[in-house]
Design a protein around this ligand. Structure first.
Ligand code: G4P
Length: 534
């Protein structure tokens, strides 16, 4: 008999957020190493291969394969089951990242000590803040000479508005990085550099503050500096409080070097108690109870063409309550139909494993033949539906023209299916006589992927004409009169798949002007929930 409560409470579902190159791939691997899921780091994915992979389609496919294979990584540590969600690695801040974060209960914000807060860090942080996801900070690359740790923590507080509470503090940096001082235990965890270059766990020694062994390792200047820093923090009274952390008011902070495995072990040991077990989520019936024994979950991501020979797709479900059992029958809330969940999979590295059971907090892959949409709720409840995942206003728009007008039906089918998966958004011109559909995306890569997929999967050769608009906002308000807004070439209007008007602006000044002129009567928004009407 499964102990449902225990299974749910031992789940820890999180994601790592960072600017590219801060070391996310490296830290992911090292967590898997310390979590015992791999035995030698370097096995999960070849970074070089995936980095150069954004240039051509074949490589994109390959990269997609890799990143899909590792969409969710699982490992066990100190009795807890960790689900580490992989957020997309490329530079475009995509909706995919946002959607993935909706499935996490906690985020690890990775900062490069030399670079501090970077643009992508800010965007991802904002998403976590908006979603109420608590954030643990890991400051990386202490094996290199970077900035003063205090400077970096100050910058985080200034730029992101969240105070960092150091759980440990680095002693030395670069070549003289000695280890991290644990503030609670009041000892130094000293690291030894190994010839394996981080492939195996680092050797560590615990050195009590002021002991002979400590003094052999740490210079008097370093000791003095450490004591001063600790006094500064103790005097400031910025103690760690679990409540403040869970409410996103503070970020407990760790230092280390993921590449050398310095500080990864101490981080993971503490993370077990920091990362919350599955948290309640907003539904149409209030916040759900993650410990309830009825199964429920929502689709946060859809990945098409896992196998290019078959037009199959996988819907990723975040389990939010109860226990999933393969073969169970659930309600598909949006359509009111029953669904039998027979084809469930889990991904790790290149293997797909059939999943027999899963619990609140886990991520489940379901083979789907086109019934599921992002944001859909599945569950044993009759009506409970999780709050939908918002759509963001795209920044790139292209008109899709056909070389062969007879292919229109295929084109629309392809675009509708691909937009269901959330890869791009589909729009139509408000003037119905302009029949060419319009695709919107945040990054150019997404547009290219769709063009290729239209050709490869739907046999449609489409021409893409980029439209000269850089910003867009949905507009809500009574008595919407399009004529008030339209200025050919500078402001245009599209309708989304729910027939809601989206205004396109030539640049941000035009948007500001329109918002100033009409701000009192209309609401201009950059993100909408599915189903929102005026
Ligand atoms: P990302 O997924 O966030 O983009 O970062 P990734 O882990 O790929 O790391 C980016 C670069 O930073 C890599 O170097 C990686 O080795 C390096 N790195 C990660 N952690 C540390 C660390 O603790 N210390 C130091 N000094 N470097 C670190 P690369 O040259 O781009 O790749 P590679 O040749 O090392 O594979």
């Amino acid at each position: 008999m499964v102990d449902l409560l225990n299974e749910i409470q031992r789940r820890r579902t999180f994601a790592i957020i960072s600017h590219p190159d801060a070391g996310k791939t490296t830290l992911t691997e090292k967590l898997l190493l310390y979590g015992g899921a791999i035995h030698t780091a370097g096995a999960v994915k070849s970074k070089k291969a995936s980095k150069s992979a954004t240039s051509d389609w074949m490589a994109i496919e390959k990269e997609r394969g890799i990143s899909v294979a590792s969409s969710v990584m699982q490992f066990e540590h100190e009795g807890c089951r960790f689900n580490l969600l992989d957020t997309p690695g490329h530079n475009d801040f995509s909706e995919d990242t946002y959607r993935t974060l909706t499935a996490a209960d906690c985020a690890v914000m990775l900062i490069d000590i030399a670079k501090g807060v970077e643009p992508q860090t800010i965007k991802l942080f904002e998403v976590c803040k908006f979603r109420g996801i608590p954030i643990v900070t890991f400051v990386n690359k202490l094996d290199r000479d970077g900035r003063e740790p205090l400077d970096v923590l100050d910058e985080i507080e200034k730029v992101l508005g969240i105070p960092c509470i150091p759980m440990n503090w680095p002693v030395g940096m670069g070549r003289s990085f000695r280890g991290v001082y644990d503030r609670e235990q009041k000892h130094l965890i000293a690291f030894e550099k190994k010839a394996t270059q981080g492939a195996k766990e680092a050797d560590t020694h615990i050195l009590e503050l002021g002991s002979d062994a400590f003094r052999e390792r740490v210079t008097p200047e370093e000791e003095e500096e450490l004591l001063e820093m600790m006094m500064l923090y103790d005097d400031a009274g910025d103690d760690f409080s679990m409540d403040d952390f869970l409410q996103g008011k503070i970020s407990p902070t760790f230092f280390g070097s993921a590449m050398n495995n310095f500080g990864v072990g101490p981080f993971l040991d503490r993370f077990v108690s920091l990362c919350p077990s599955p948290r309640g989520r907003a539904t149409n019936e209030g916040v759900n109870d993650p410990l309830s024994d009825k199964f429920s979950g929502f689709v946060f991501k859809i990945q098409a063409n896992m196998d290019p020979k078959h037009r199959d797709r996988i819907a990723f479900i975040r389990c939010c309550s109860g226990r999933f059992e393969r073969g169970m029958k659930v309600n598909h809330i949006r359509t009111g139909k029953k669904m039998s969940l027979d084809r469930s999979v889990n991904f790790f590295a290149a293997e797909r494993i059939q999943v027999e059971e899963a619990f609140s907090g886990d991520i489940l892959g379901l083979w789907d033949s086109g019934n599921l949409r992002i944001g859909d709720t599945l569950g044993e409840h009759k009506k409970l539906a999780y709050e939908g995942i918002p759509q963001f206003s795209p920044e790139i728009f292209v008109k899709v023209r056909l070389n062969d007008p007879l292919k229109r039906k295929q084109l629309m089918k392809g675009l509708e299916q691909i937009s269901d998966e959330g890869a791009v958004q589909l729009f139509h011109h408000v003037d119905k006589s302009r029949i060419d559909p319009i695709m919107g995306a945040v990054g150019w890569l997404q547009i290219e992927v769709v063009k290729h997929r239209l050709q490869a999967e739907y046999n449609v050769d489409a021409q893409l004409d980029r439209l000269p608009f850089a910003e867009a906002r949905w507009v809500f308000g009574d008595d919407f009169d399009i004529k008030k807004f339209l200025r050919p070439g500078s402001v245009e209007c599209l309708l989304d798949i729910e027939d809601r008007p989206l205004l396109l602006f030539e640049n941000k000044w035009t948007r500001h002007r329109v918002e100033r002129e009409h701000g009192e009567d209309y609401d201009f928004v950059a993100a909408v929930q599915p189903g929102r009407k005026h």
